[in-house]
Design a protein around this ligand. Structure first.
Ligand code: ADP
Length: 351
């Protein structure tokens, strides 16, 4: 596809194609939900995109230069092709807007926050919110108002501490580069490493950021692959650096979990989700082995099954461990319906 306009046009013509028998006409679409990675400090929940919202999104582009420009392009193209259909922005950052200042302020000169909005934002909020709410439902009756840490472990990985259904702290920061070790991203490192690599390689800052975003993580450590299935295979055949990469990842997640416990004054449940979190019993076992001191005990039978949403901790475990498959597209669709219904109700009350 040459550009987003052509891609959305092709999608709409597929959806309205008689042979597909999906939609009779574009007007059957009640709304379009867009995942927008960065909502800055403006958006605490999903919104219908109007001119004012669009202007704020335009200004937020510089906070997420890789993600927000294409997000905005998608919104513009859909607006152009579906003039009367409302467009809804669903933010990855919105769920984390309940973080207290002690969790989001960086210890750098305050003016960078006050003037430039440099702070921890946190990402994967759509997934963390959904997984935490499913976990709370599973625990209902056993624990009310559970304190949960959700572990979204995929190509990008992040952790979130949730109490009273709200995000209280999270591992990612100003951008999705920080926090735990990931497939190709470094996660947290000493910032001095940036100047060291720049000087050693004579790289520009952009080139160093590329090293940290695309050549690091378990790929960087192993030299094999960012995909955990490849790493497991290589490690089983004795590949030392593949083993090391898996060990560093598991430890980094466990350390991240432990570091989030003060945000919610304790821990009732741990919930695993996304590609690795849902599909790798070995990685869940490795991570939980570093948390045995907390009283985490896995049930090896339910941990090894592949049966979707379930409890995987043993009866004697002090912390309930869950697997909750995430479904970000479904959440964006539900959120879009909710926002449109609220919008309709608000419209009615106006008259
Ligand atoms: P994204 O962050 O792009 O949404 P996913 O949540 O789909 O990513 O996760 C992708 C990752 O999940 C892949 O890198 C792969 O390593 C991992 N993964 C998927 N299935 C398995 C599996 N059976 N065992 C181990 N890792 C897996």
């Amino acid at each position: 596809m040459a550009d987003h306009l052509e891609a959305v046009r092709a999608l709409l013509s597929f959806l309205t194609n008689k042979e597909q028998n999906i939609l009779k006409d574009i007007n059957e679409i009640a709304g379009v939900g867009h995942r927008v990675v960065h909502g800055g400090e403006h958006f605490h929940q999903s919104v219908v995109v109007n001119q004012a919202v669009r202007e704020i999104l335009e200004a937020t582009k510089k906070l997420a230069p890789l993600h927000n420009p294409p997000n905005l392009m998608g919104i513009d193209v859909c607006t152009e092709l579906m003039v009367s259909v409302p467009q809804v922005a669903v933010f990855d950052t919105a769920f984390h807007q309940t973080l207290p200042p002690r969790a989001f302020i960086y210890a750098i000169p305050y003016r960078y926050y006050a003037d430039d909005h440099v702070r921890r934002y946190g990402f994967h909020g759509i997934s963390h919110r959904y997984v935490a709410s499913r976990a709370a439902k599973i625990l209902r009756g056993k624990i009310d108002n559970p304190r949960i840490i959700t572990c979204h472990l995929g190509n990008g990985s992040s952790l979130c501490a949730v109490a009273q259904g709200q995000s209280r702290d999270t591992s990612m920061g100003f951008t999705p580069l920080s926090g735990v070790v990931m497939g190709t991203r470094s996660g947290d490192i000493d910032p001095t490493v940036v100047s060291f690599i720049a000087e050693k390689e004579q790289y520009s800052l952009t080139e160093v950021m590329d090293v940290l975003n695309r050549q690091s993580g378990v790929l960087g450590i192993s030299g094999v692959s960012p995909d955990f299935r490849d790493l497991e295979k290589e490690a089983a055949q004795g590949h030392e650096r593949a083993r090391l990469a898996l060990d560093v990842f598991a430890y980094s997640v466990a350390r991240g979990v432990a570091s989030l416990i003060p945000a919610i004054d304790g821990l009732d449940a741990l919930a695993f989700t996304a590609g690795i979190g849902e599909n790798s019993p070995k990685m869940r076992r490795r991570i939980c082995s570093f948390l045995a001191w907390l009283g985490v005990v896995l049930n090896e039978d339910t941990n090894s099954e592949n049966t979707g949403e379930r409890e995987i901790s043993a009866r004697e475990s002090k912390i309930t461990v869950l697997v909750v498959p995430t479904d970000e597209e479904k959440i964006i669709a539900q959120e879009t319906m909710e926002v449109l219904q609220q919008d309709k109700r608000a419209e009615k009350n106006r008259f």
